[in-house]
Design a protein around this ligand. Structure first.
Ligand SMILES: Cc1cc2nc3c(=O)[nH]c(=O)nc-3n(C[C@H](O)[C@H](O)[C@H](O)COP(=O)(O)O)c2cc1C
Length: 84
């Protein structure tokens, strides 16, 4: 089992649409996917579930939202907290 972190900005409440091409072009079979996003104010919302449904493969976990311009250390701390 491999773990993949999938990051994207929130656009109009969901994952920025350029991410859709990445999702449709990849097979997530055998992977655990952990979505994370940045946004000005919106939460993660349903963005993770929508990407999971679009992917159709992979084991998608609950994601994490960060404030836009979150610094690298903040994201690294989150990744470390996952204890993957
Ligand atoms: C087209 C577009 C739509 C956006 N829609 C939202 C939104 O619905 N909610 C929100 O909180 N931020 C929204 N934003 C802000 C982005 O999520 C934010 O700029 C992005 O997370 C970039 O963060 P960064 O500066 O850390 O790269 C939008 C930005 C753009 C360009």
């Amino acid at each position: 089992m491999t773990f993949e972190k999938l990051g994207y900005p929130i656009w109009w409440g969901i994952a920025a649409w350029p991410v859709d091409g990445f999702i449709s072009a990849n097979d997530f079979t055998g992977k655990t996917v952990i979505p994370f996003c940045t946004s000005s104010s919106s939460g993660l919302g349903q963005s993770g579930e929508l990407l999971r449904d679009a992917a159709g493969t992979g084991d998608w976990l609950e994601g994490q939202r960060f404030q836009s311009r979150a610094d690298e250390d903040t994201v690294k701390e989150w990744v470390a907290s996952l204890e993957l």
